[in-house]
Design a protein. Structure first.
Length: 98
């Protein structure tokens, strides 16, 4: 069963192996930031911070902001050089975590 639909075909080309390695590292770094935990527990975090009843509304606002930001980033990645978008956003995340 050979052909373009084979999963093993991903690893045959040096450029696709490199791309797969880079995107895997990006996903690992995203996990290290802990943003998924923050988003998941955002209403509890906001409630503990004293937002009270509006914690759920604020969490919904946070999710909407994330959705808009993701859509904008995706459109810019296609409109601009993907490497530049990755480097600029990575620098922004590093500054935000400092």
């Amino acid at each position: 069963a050979s052909g373009p639909g084979r999963l093993g075909a991903i690893f045959q080309s040096k450029s696709t192996r490199r791309s797969l390695g880079i995107i895997s590292l990006v996903m690992v770094f995203q996990q290290f930031t802990g943003i998924n935990s923050v988003i998941y527990f955002s209403s509890q975090i906001l409630d503990s911070a004293g937002f009270g009843v509006s914690a759920a509304k604020t969490a919904i606002g946070l999710a909407l902001a994330q959705m808009v930001g993701t859509a904008y980033s995706a459109s810019q990645a296609d409109a601009r050089n993907r490497r530049t978008v990755l480097l600029v956003s990575g620098a922004g995340m590093a500054v935000g975590m400092a």
